[in-house]
Write a protein that binds this ligand. Structure first.
Ligand code: UD1
Length: 431
C-alpha cells in the first residue's frame, strides 16, 4: 500500500500547471464508441480511472493507442461486444457512461450495476429513465442492467433529468451522447450544466452531432445518422485547480496556477475571497485556461458553504475547503446537498486537531489555531485530497494511508507539490 508522508508547515510557492479533467475525459472517451472513425485526444490525464476506462473500452472493441503521456487515439474497430463487466465497473462507477453510446451505436448494452461507494448510494435511475424516454428498454439480470433498443435506433423525445439532488452529470452525458444518433430531436430538460458536459457536447459536435444549449439546463439534440472522427483537447480539471488553490491558501503560500479553468470556478474563488485568500487572474480574466496567482495570508475568515450543482459550489471541493476552514478564525457551516453522506474525512481531520461536529448533511467547523500531524486514512478520492491539504498545513508529520484513492484523480500529486516546496513523499508499506 502506498502512503504519503508529509512534513507540514512549509509555504508553497512557484508555478504549477493543471492537468486535463478526469471527469471530462471519461465520458469523452466513451463517445469513441459512437463512431468507427478514430478520435484523437490531447490532455488526457494519466490516472488509474483513465486506465480502467481504457481497459473497458478495449473490451468493447475500441483500440487505444497512447501517442504521448497525455495523448491517445481511440478507434472502435469491433462492435460485437457490449458487456461492461462487474470486474471493471466495480473499480470505477463512471464506467456507466458507456451505456448511452452503446445503446445508440449498437442497439444493445449490458452494464453491470455500479454498487454504492464511500460517498453514498449513487443510483443510476435517472440515466435509465432518460434512455427509456428515447425508446430503450431495461431489465436487471445477475446484477447487470441489460438494455435493448427495439427496432435498433433510438427516437428523439423530451427527457427530464432532475432528481432529488438536482440533475445528474453522467446521466446527462449518457442521454446527450445517445440522442446524437437518435431519429428526430431530443430536448433534455433539467440537464446538468457542468463544464464537463459542455466539453462532451463540443467533441460530439465536432464528430458531426447537432447539439445546442450544453452548459444550460435545456439541451437540444437533433439526431444524425452517423458520427465521424475528430481531434479534441480535454478541458483542464477544475477540481484539481481548486485543490491547488487551497494548497496555496492553507500554506500561506503564493502559487501561480497555469492552465486554470477560472471560468468554471466562480463559486470556489468567491469562497476563497470571503476567506481572505487573494485570487488574481494574470491574463484574460475570464478564461478556461488562465494563469492565476493565489496568495494565502496568515489568517482566514470563516465561510459558510453549501454544495450544489454547477455553477454552485462543487461537492468535489467540499473536503478540501473543510480542511482550509478548520484553520479559520471562527465557525463555518458546510452543508452537503449533492452527497449528504460525504463526510468520512470529518473523523480523520479530527485526528489532526480539527474541531468538527457533523449532524446529518451539515458539518460545523470551529476554527482552531493549528493542526497537528497524524496518521490518517483516505476514504475516497476528494476526501484524500482534503487530508493531504491538512497535512501540508499541520505541524509535524502526517501519513495519509490508502493514497490509491487519490491516484484515481490526481496525477503524481506528491511530485508536483514537491516542485513548489511541499515536503511530501510516497512510500510503500506492507498492508
Ligand atoms: C459526477 C462526477 C463526481 C461528482 C458528481 C457531482 C464524474 C466521473 N463524476 O458523478 O466527481 O461528485 O458528478 O458533481 O463526472 N443521482 C440519482 N440518480 C441518478 C444519478 C444521480 O439520484 O440516476 C443523484 C446522486 O446520488 C447524487 C446526485 O444525483 O446525489 C448527483 O449525482 P451525479 O451528478 O449523477 O454524479 P455522477 O455523474 O455519478
Amino acid at each position: 500500500m502506498d502512503v504519503f508522508e508529509i512534513e507540514g508547515s512549509r509555504r508553497l510557492s512557484g508555478e504549477i500547471e493543471v492537468n486535463g479533467s478526469k471527469n471530462a475525459a471519461l465520458p469523452l472517451m466513451a463517445a469513441a464508441l459512437l463512431t468507427t472513425e478514430p478520435i484523437t485526444f490531447d490532455d488526457v490525464p494519466d490516472l488509474s480511472d483513465i486506465r480502467n476506462m481504457q481497459m473497458l473500452l478495449t473490451e468493447l472493441g475500441c483500440a487505444i493507442e497512447r501517442t504521448g503521456q497525455h495523448s491517445c487515439i481511440l478507434h472502435t474497430t469491433d462492435t460485437t461486444e457490449s458487456h461492461a463487466r462487474y470486474d471493471i465497473v466495480k473499480t470505477m462507477r463512471a464506467s456507466v457512461c458507456v451505456l448511452g453510446p452503446l445503446l445508440a451505436a449498437r442497439g444493445k448494452a449490458r452494464v453491470s450495476l455500479p454498487g454504492g461507494c464511500a460517498i453514498g448510494q449513487r443510483p443510476i435511475d435517472l440515466h435509465l429513465r432518460g434512455l427509456e424516454a428515447l425508446g430503450a428498454t431495461f431489465e436487471l439480470q445477475e446484477g447487470d442492467v441489460i438494455g435493448r433498443v427495439p427496432g435498433g435506433r433510438l427516437r428523439g423525445a423530451r427527457v427530464f433529468l432532475g432528481g432529488a439532488f438536482g440533475s445528474t452529470v453522467l446521466g446527462t452525458a449518457n442521454v446527450m451522447s445517445a440522442a446524437t444518433l437518435a431519429e428526430g430531436t431530443t430536448v433534455i430538460e433539467s440537464a446538468a450544466c457542468e463544464p464537463e458536459i459542455v466539453d462532451v457536447a463540443n467533441l460530439l459536435n465536432s464528430m458531426g452531432a447537432k447539439i445546442t444549449g450544453a452548459g444550460s439546463p435545456r439541451i437540444v439534440v437533433e439526431g444524425v445518422k452517423e458520427l465521424g472522427g475528430a481531434n479534441h483537447r480535454v478541458i483542464p480539471d477544475r477540481i484539481e485547480a481548486g485543490t491547488l488553490m487551497v494548497a496555496a491558501a492553507i500554506t500561506a503560500g503564493d502559487l501561480t496556477i497555469t492552465n486554470c479553468p477560472l471560468d468554471a470556478l466562480m463559486a470556489a474563488t468567491n469562497c476563497l475571497e470571503q476567506i481572505g485568500v487573494e485570487v488574481r487572474a494574470l491574463d484574460d480574466e475570464s478564461s478556461m485556461r488562465a494563469r492565476v496567482r493565489v496568495q494565502g495570508g496568515r489568517a482566514f475568515n470563516p465561510c459558510d458553504i453549501t454544495t450544489q450543482p454547477h455553477p454552485g459550489f462543487p461537492t468535489d471541493l467540499q473536503a478540501q475547503f473543510m480542511a482550509l476552514l478548520t484553520l479559520a478564525d471562527g465557525t463555518s457551516v458546510i452543508t452537503e446537498k449533492i452527497f449528504p453522506e460525504r463526510f468520512l474525512h470529518v473523523a480523520e481531520l479530527s485526528r489532526m486537531g480539527a474541531q468538527l461536529f457533523r449532524q446529518g448533511p451539515t458539518a460545523i467547523v470551529s476554527g482552531v489555531r493549528r493542526l497537528v500531524g497524524a496518521p490518517v486514512m483516505a476514504s475516497d478520492l476528494r476526501a484524500s485530497a482534503g487530508l493531504v491539504l491538512a497535512g501540508l498545513a499541520a505541524e509535524g508529520t502526517t501519513r495519509v494511508l490508502r493514497v490509491y484513492h487519490l491516484d484515481r484523480g490526481y496525477e503524481k500529486l506528491e511530485e508536483r507539490l514537491a516542485t513548489v516546496g511541499a515536503q511530501i513523499k510516497r512510500v510503500t508499506v506492507e498492508d
